[in-house]
Design a protein around this ligand. Structure first.
Ligand code: ATP
Ligand code: MG
Length: 278
């Protein structure tokens, strides 16, 4: 006999890294044997979650998400990028200027506020586009900026999507040299700061003509694009640019080998990976 569905569910919920998933398929000769095995796994998992929580509160004092965010800010500012801060509330018109309208798949994922005049930004790109449109005429090139902040998308998918997540978007307007080479070296800088192995995958994108995805073990952690792009004119951009957007929770999830992104996102059920109500 196998673990009951409830037992399997409990193991999956408490398991931090997915190492116990294989055990949910184990066969037992008797009910007693099964219950004993479940108790043992359950105790181990409770202990591991408690250990992680204590480590966070007593020693780290800051979640891995934040620690990595600060590390990234440090590294990017040292590379000459300036951190901008823009509104979370985004005008509908600015979303449409990104080519995201009623027909676009992302439209259905948008949280609207103020009777649809605004939304909670599903991405940072429109605000950064807006700023670059201003900076292009007023600053010397290259203009190097980034933003880290909350983004929102209605998501129904499981372990790699959050409805509120943290986006990191880095853009460079008027890069020196070949934009593609520049983009790749930028990605390399960031991923080596985080000590994460990655590979690139080129993909057709609905918002940008073509995107280069940054992948870690089969998980998309970021999407990059190169301009000139057909959207540029609407934002008063005429120079080449390179840009890449990362999901911070995805990066941390990959870095810590966690089996569910919810462990690292904004939550009242988890803190810094540890499950609270067990
Ligand atoms: P996916 O195909 O995985 O849903 P996407 O291609 O729609 O992602 P992008 O618009 O390229 O996402 O956003 C840039 C990055 O933001 C993604 O590579 C991912 O790391 C992160 N991201 C996007 N949506 C979410 C989400 N709902 N939860 C957590 N991270 C996300
Ligand atoms: Mg993408």
């Amino acid at each position: 006999m196998k673990f009951t569905q409830t037992q399997q569910q409990r193991i999956i919920e408490l398991d931090l890294t997915g190492e116990y998933v294989a055990k949910t398929e184990e066969e037992f000769a008797s009910l007693e044997e099964r219950e004993a095995a479940f108790r043992e796994i359950d105790q181990e998992l409770i202990k591991e979650n408690q250990r992680r929580l204590v480590e966070f509160i007593d020693h780290k004092h800051q979640s891995s998400l934040r620690k990595n965010e600060f590390k990234i800010v440090d590294s990017l500012t040292q590379l000459g990028f300036s951190e901008v801060i823009t509104p979370i509330k985004l005008a509908q018109g600015h979303l449409k200027k990104m080519g995201i309208n009623e027909e676009h798949p992302l439209w259905k994922q948008v949280y609207w506020v103020d009777d649809g005049k605004y939304c909670l930004r599903p991405m940072l790109a429109p605000n950064l586009y807006y700023l670059l449109g201003y900076f292009e005429g007023s600053l010397s090139k290259p203009v190097k900026i980034f933003e880290i902040g909350p983004c929102f998308r209605k998501e129904s998918r499981g372990s790699k999507h959050l409805s509120e997540f943290t986006m990191l978007n880095i853009v460079e307007l008027g890069p020196t040299g070949d934009p593609c080479v520049r983009l790749k070296s930028l990605i390399e800088e960031l991923m080596s700061t985080l000590e994460l192995d990655y590979y690139l995958e080129e993909e057709e994108s609905a918002v940008y003509n073509k995107t280069i995805d940054v992948m870690v073990d089969g998980v998309e952690v970021g999407s990059a694009a190169i301009g000139p792009h057909s959207l540029d004119r609407a934002w008063n951009i005429s120079q080449p640019w390179v840009g890449v957007g990362f999901g911070l929770e995805r990066l941390v999830m990959c870095k810590e080998d966690l089996n569910n992104i919810k462990r690292v996102g904004r939550s009242l059920i988890y803190q810094d990976g540890a499950r609270l109500n067990i």
